[in-house]
Write a protein that binds this ligand. Structure first.
Ligand SMILES: Cc1cc2nc3c(=O)[nH]c(=O)nc-3n(C[C@H](O)[C@H](O)[C@H](O)COP(=O)(O)OP(=O)(O)OC[C@H]3O[C@@H](n4cnc5c(N)ncnc54)[C@H](O)[C@@H]3O)c2cc1C
Length: 380
């Protein structure tokens, strides 16, 4: 049973505790799902999470608009990740894919949110390109004005939900200025002619992922999210909300790894006593628990600060993401070690956690990039 004492921390209100309890109960009944067909599993997860009401925090409620609640987003990701990485992924993409629309969309664009919050439409966030991952401002994809339309041409890669999403938030160069100040954001429905899946990408913890080709994709000027040239600022604002939630997913994986380790160390007999009794094992367990609590403190500090109205939490979110993802890797590695041979057996839960955690240290800003961000903020 996962340690839930952190829910008593003053970062949370009673509604957060109730939400986490309800979600945990739902997860225990419904997760994990079969991962053999990730597309079908993700569509089904989104539909079921939506039906149960658990996608509501991912986007603005158009009937009752208010800021996104980052603590709820983090609690949801950590709970889902503890039960099933694919469920966390399905939830996270509904938020990341629509974040720009929640924060900067027109009322017409925000009509999509009623569908994504209900699990009736899937969304994706298309920022990265083959030449510009960490170096976002170097993107090539162009959006050229043509009368009342924009015509998008180029490629996006590493797009989660690529191929199964109903709508894409796409960033493209509109050329108001060189570099970061010449990028704009667009809402592109998946069925827009010219938008094609060029390649499906297979990774160590499989989920729907694709390289997309934009072959003269024509959208009306009203598809632009925010103002011309604001795309980079919009992308950074979205990441400012969602970056801490990547840390929260890592935290969920780490908590699961510790739970599995405690079960294993209590039940496995070695040298005539439970594994628990070996002090070196106790040392590992102490370090795992310490990393988990420290990560949780950084994550919920960032989330609470944002929820209290801070315009930006660049430093707090970077610290939360960097620490939680890097330390979760260590925690899970220790879990694998303590499980011995079983830890590397395909299909074992700690083996899958070992694969799941790795990409979190790369996407939404690699660990090294977070260090640069923290250093810049500290030296300001
Ligand atoms: C599983 C997965 C899902 C993804 N989903 C999405 C998605 O939905 N939408 C989307 O737009 N993108 C997505 N991405 C792309 C992701 O954001 C990029 O992979 C990431 O930004 C790194 O870019 P890159 O792969 O081009 O690596 P590069 O930019 O080539 O960077 C390689 C490495 O260089 C180092 N590095 C980079 N910059 C610095 C620096 N300033 N200082 C020091 N070291 C540095 C880091 O170690 C980094 O990992 C996803 C990626 C993965 C793996």
């Amino acid at each position: 049973m996962a340690d839930r004492s952190f829910l008593d921390w003053p970062f949370f209100e009673q509604r957060h505790r109730d939400w986490a309890d309800r979600l945990d109960t739902w997860c225990a009944k419904n997760l994990p799902v079969d991962h053999s067909d990730v597309d079908a599993a993700c569509r089904d997860l989104v539909a079921r999470l939506g039906e149960a009401g658990f996608l509501k925090p991912t986007a603005v409620d158009t009937a009752n608009p208010g800021p996104l609640d980052v603590r709820t987003l983090c609690l949801t990701r950590e709970t889902l990740a503890r039960h099933d990485g694919l469920a966390d992924f399905a939830f996270a993409m509904q938020g990341l894919g629509t974040g720009a629309i929640s924060l900067f969309g027109t009322p017409e664009q925000q009509q999509w949110l009623d569908r994504t919050r209900a699990g009736k439409a899937l969304s994706a966030f298309a920022l990265s390109e083959p030449r510009s991952g960490s170096d976002v401002a170097n993107m090539d994809m162009a959006a050229t004005r043509d009368g009342g339309d924009y015509v998008l041409s180029g490629e996006k890669t590493w797009i989660s939900n690529g191929g199964i999403a109903d709508l894409y938030t796409v960033f493209a160069r509109t050329g108001e200025a060189p570099g970061a100040r010449g990028i704009s954001a667009f809402l592109v429905p998946a069925d827009t002619p010219g938008l094609e899946v060029a390649e499906r990408l297979d990774v160590i913890a499989p989920h729907p992922l694709a390289r997309l080709a934009f072959n003269d994709v024509r959208v009306p000027a009203s598809a632009m999210i925010g103002k011309p040239g604001d795309g980079f600022k919009i992308a950074m604002s979205v990441l400012d909300v969602f970056r801490s939630t990547v840390g929260a997913a890592a935290l969920g994986f780490a908590r699961r790894a510790l739970d599995e380790t405690l079960d294993r160390a209590g039940s496995r007999e070695l040298f005539g006593a439970p594994l628990f009794d070996l002090q070196m094992v106790q040392g590992h367990i102490a370090e795992m628990a310490l990393d988990i609590d420290a990560a949780a403190l950084l994550i919920y500090r960032a989330a609470w600060t944002k929820d209290m109205g801070a315009p930006r939490v660049t430093r707090e979110a970077a610290m939360a993401k960097l620490f939680a993802t890097d330390r979760a890797q260590e925690v899970i590695d220790k879990a694998v070690q303590i499980h011995g041979g079983d830890g590397v057996r395909r299909g074992h839960i700690v083996e899958s956690l070992y694969r799941e955690i790795r990409a979190l240290r790369i996407y939404e800003g690699a660990s090294d990039v977070q260090k640069v961000v923290i250093a810049r903020q500290t030296m300001k």
